[in-house]
Design a binder for this molecule. Structure first.
Ligand SMILES: Cc1ncc(COP(=O)(O)O)c(C=O)c1O
Length: 345
């Protein structure tokens, strides 16, 4: 059977044999009672890796961001975030429908940055006409902005604005390890100035399920209550944590491979007549490219590649996304390039 080369997202990974073994051998208990030893282990380990007091396992990145924001912001207050952020665009508007939290969207530039002055001016004055500003949320890496890693100096500057205005700073770090690898720094140093971070086990870290929220003990206690209310209190959740522990052990090795594959893929795409990639933007495992050829429509291009077993998305008109991950080999990258070339030339 021909292998499907699935470049739609790094969420499509299959667990390794080592993860499957760890799942079947995991020690389990009732995590709502705090009695699952494997969950307790991953929460302690995650907190230590992120340099935070405490951590909480949640089923998804979406729930991680939601419980974090619910814990930081009161109903009717406002959170500042980017207009291309995952929380604003792709999380079902949960912060507003569930939390009654107003979003103040500021422009993300091409690489996910929000202008610091825009952030400063967006903080509301104390005036009965305005909602109170309660928090700022950043995304690292920035999914829709070329998977760009956000630099620690920038995060520090945002944290200064947050502190000066008594606001909490959250980071959606679904792919924070990709950012740390790309910037060649310890992940702790990327989050040392933020109040909370959510990271996903089920993306670049290749585990089948789960995300972890990290912050102070007081914040995590609050987030735990919100998780329960949202139906995310899981019982023998050690089966999730067991796979996550494997990914935390050696994640940087795979992430380096994914970034290298993305680079080869991006450089190769740029050499194909009819395609263009902004190579300087490709820093992690996410590639966006454009179709320059008018021989074929966007839809038939995607369809034709699909029929060759190569899957990817068009995220907006003439903007296609490819994501490398565990399970995608160099051979798959070369095959993808050959098929793209055959389709267009
Ligand atoms: C940047 C970012 N944040 C959050 C999420 C949500 O994660 P989940 O799909 O686990 O809810 C995603 C998912 O792709 C993401 O890319």
């Amino acid at each position: 059977m021909t292998k499907i080369i699935d470049l739609r997202s790094d969420t499509v990974t299959q667990p390794s044999d080592q993860m499957r073994d760890a799942i079947s051998n995991s020690l389990l208990g009732d995590d709502v009672f705090g009695e699952d030893p494997t969950v307790n282990e991953i929460e302690q380990k995650a907190a230590q890796i992120m340099g935070k007091e405490s951590a909480l396992l949640v089923p998804s990145g979406t729930m991680g961001n939601l419980v974090s924001i619910l814990s930081h912001c009161e109903r009717g207050t406002e959170i500042i975030l980017g207009h291309k952020s995952h929380t604003f665009v792709y999380e079902g508007g949960g912060i507003s429908s569930v939390g009654g939290i107003h979003s103040r969207q500021l422009l993300n530039d091409d690489i996910g940055i929000i202008d610091l002055d825009d952030i400063k001016y967006a903080v509301r004055d104390d005036n009965v006409h305005y909602p109170k500003t309660s928090a700022i949320s950043l995304e690292n890496t920035h999914n829709m902005c070329f998977g760009s890693p956000i630099e620690p100096n920038y995060i520090k500057s945002v944290s200064v604005i947050a502190k000066e205005n008594n606001l909490k700073l959250h980071v959606d770090g679904a792919r924070i390890f990709n950012a740390a690898v790309s910037l060649n720094i310890d992940v702790k140093d990327l989050v040392k100035n933020v109040d909370s971070v959510t990271f996903c086990l089920s993306k670049g870290l290749a585990a089948p399920i789960g995300s972890v929220v990290c912050g102070t003990k007081k914040f995590i206690d609050k987030a735990r209550r919100h998780r329960k209310v949202l139906g995310g209190g899981m019982r023998q959740a050690g089966i999730i944590a067991a796979a996550g522990l494997i990914s935390l052990d050696d994640c940087t090795i795979q992430i380096k491979k994914d970034h290298n594959n993305a680079k080869i893929l991006a450089e190769g795409l740029n050499k194909i007549k009819g395609l263009s990639v902004q190579l300087n933007h490709i820093q992690t495992n996410i590639i966006f490219f454009k179709l320059e050829s008018n021989k074929i429509t966007d839809q038939s291009f995607v369809k034709s590649m699909n029929s060759k077993g190569i899957k990817f998305f068009e995220t907006s008109p003439n903007r296609f996304r490819l994501v490398t991950h565990y399970g995608i080999t160099k051979k798959d990258i070369y095959k993808t390039l050959i098929e793209f070339d055959k389709c267009l030339n």
